[in-house]
Design a protein around this ligand. Structure first.
Ligand SMILES: CC(C)(COP(=O)(O)OP(=O)(O)OC[C@H]1O[C@@H](n2cnc3c(N)ncnc32)[C@H](O)[C@@H]1O)[C@@H](O)C(=O)NCCC(=O)NCCS
Ligand SMILES: Nc1ncnc2c1ncn2[C@@H]1O[C@H](COP(=O)(O)OP(=O)(O)OP(=O)(O)O)[C@@H](O)[C@H]1O
Length: 200
C-alpha cells in the first residue's frame, strides 16, 4: 500500500494532523501506540525493562511507570539508547503488522522518530509537521502539563527542526490555528490520492 510517513518533534501537532487524515477516511498507524503495546504486562520487553531498571520501574498494577522511565531516559543517553535497542525492533514489527491491516486508499504512519529510527524505510514519502521550536515547547508542555525543561531535553534526543525539514517531501506548517492545519491536510490528501492511484 502507498504509505506516507507523518513526522515532527514532540508537540508539533502530529496527532492533530493525523486526526484530520482519519476524518478523511485514511487509516493511521501510530508509532507511540505501538511503543505502548510492546511493553504491556506479560510482554517479554516489560520483563527485560524491570530486570534492567529494577522492579521499582513498575506500578503496583504491574504496568510500566512511564513517567519514571521518561525522567530516567531523557536524563541519561546511555539508558535511552539501551531502551531504544530493546524497543525499536519490536515497535517496527508492530507497525508493519498494523500497516498490513490498513485498507484505505493510502496509509499514514505517524511517528515522532520516523527518520531517527529508520522507520522511514517503511514509507513512500515523508510529511513533516513544522513549527518554531519555542511554540513546540509551549504546546507540548501545555498538553502534558510537563516541565518545559524536560520537553527541551526530549527535543534534544530528536532531530532538530532544520535536520528534519531537509528530509521532508511535504511540509505542514502548524504555526497557525487548527483550521489552517486542516486546510493544508485536505490539500495534501488530494495529492496523496493521486500519488497512490499512480503507484498501482
Ligand atoms: C520513555 C517512555 C516510557 C515515556 O513514556 P510517556 O508515556 O511519558 O511518553 P510517550 O511514549 O507518549 O512519548 C511522548 C513523546 O516523547 C518523544 N519520545 C519518546 N521516546 C523517544 C525517544 N526514544 N527519543 C526521542 N523522543 C522520544 C516523542 O515525541 C513522543 O511522542 C516512552 O516514550 C518510551 O518507551 N520511549 C522509547 C520508545 C520510543 O522510542 N518511542 C517513540 C516512538 S518510536
Ligand atoms: N494549530 C494548533 N493550534 C493550537 N494548538 C494546537 C495546534 N496543533 C496542535 N495543537 C495542540 O498542541 C498540543 C500538541 O499537539 P499534538 O498532541 O497533536 O502533537 P504531537 O506532535 O502528536 O505530539 P507528541 O509527539 O508529543 O505525541 C496539543 O495539546 C494540541 O491540541
Amino acid at each position: 500500500m502507498y504509505t506516507v510517513g507523518l513526522t515532527g518533534g514532540i508537540g508539533s501537532g502530529k496527532s492533530a494532523a493525523a486526526a484530520c487524515f482519519t476524518e478523511l477516511g485514511i487509516d493511521v498507524v501510530d508509532a507511540d501506540w505501538a511503543a505502548r503495546v510492546v511493553v504491556q504486562p506479560g510482554q517479554p520487553a516489560l520483563a527485560q525493562i524491570a530486570a534492567h531498571f529494577g522492579a521499582g520501574i513498575l506500578l503496583e498494577s504491574g504496568e510500566l511507570d512511564r513517567a519514571q522511565l521518561r525522567a530516567i531516559v531523557f536524563e541519561n543517553t546511555a539508558e535511552r539508547e539501551w531502551l531504544e535497542q530493546l524497543l525499536h525492533p519490536l515497535i517496527r514489527e508492530e507497525i508493519v503488522r498494523a500497516l498490513e491491516a490498513s485498507r484505505s486508499a493510502y496509509g499514514i504512519l505517524e511517528s515522532p522518530l520516523l527518520i531517527e529510527s529508520g522507520q522511514f524505510k517503511l514509507v513512500d514519502r515523508i510529511c513533516v509537521v513544522d513549527l518554531p521550536e519555542a511554540l513546540q515547547v509551549e504546546r507540548a508542555s501545555g498538553r502534558d502539563r510537563s516541565d518545559p525543561e524536560q520537553i527541551r531535553k526530549i527535543m534534544g534526543a530528536q532531530l532538530s527542526r532544520s535536520e528534519r525539514l531537509v528530509r521532508a517531501d511535504d511540509v505542514l506548517d502548524n504555526a497557525g490555528d487548527l483550521a489552517s492545519l486542516k486546510a493544508q491536510v485536505e490539500s495534501l490528501h488530494q495529492k496523496y490520492l493521486r500519488m497512490a492511484e499512480e503507484s498501482i
